[in-house]
Design a binder for this molecule. Structure first.
Ligand SMILES: [Zn+2]
Length: 167
């Protein structure tokens, strides 16, 4: 049983930001492509994975690990705010795959094409109460970390798309 409490401050855990850059000469870092795969997205990871290995080696269950990482990320965003833990570059295909895995095809394709047309960004988030995955589109490409949480509070203008339910 998970016992999530909605933070009145921050309803979402913010997991990653994908910024569409177009070609920068970097190669995709997600996957060892056999041919050069031009990276066109810059990705900021807002959750730490550093303690994961330690915890695994201490014999913590996967479910418990997920809970610990989730709680830690929520605590950090409530106290310190959004922090970049890792940055990576992704090609078109790997970015699309990652966003689709998180938010489903419809939400992914709409927010990806908006970001491509506007040189903008999108955010991968999860509802803290339900853990439902969502993506936030139409994010300014030059957004700063300190502006991410305020943006998510602008409910009226937020382009928030939850993962569609499969039935
Ligand atoms: Zn790739």
């Amino acid at each position: 049983m998970s016992k999530r409490e909605r933070s009145p401050e921050n309803p979402f855990l913010v997991q990653m930001l994908f910024r569409y850059t177009g070609g920068t000469g970097n190669s995709c870092q997600a996957f060892p492509h056999t041919e050069f795969a031009p990276a066109v997205w810059e990705v900021y990871l807002y959750q730490t994975a550093e303690q994961a290995l330690d915890v695994v080696q201490q014999g913590v269950e996967q479910e418990q690990l997920h809970q610990m990482m989730w709680d830690e990320a929520c605590r950090e965003q409530d106290t310190l705010g959004i922090r970049v833990h890792h940055t990576m570059y992704l090609c078109e295909e790997c970015a699309c795959q990652a966003i689709t895995n998180h938010a489903g095809e419809v939400a992914a394709s709409l927010t990806i094409s908006t970001a491509q047309m506007t040189s903008g960004a999108l955010l991968m988030v999860s509802d803290r109460l339900t853990e439902k995955a969502a993506v936030v589109g139409n994010v300014p490409g030059n957004i700063q970390e300190k502006d991410v949480l305020p943006l998510l509070k602008e409910k009226d203008t937020l382009d928030l798309r939850f993962k569609e339910e499969l039935c």
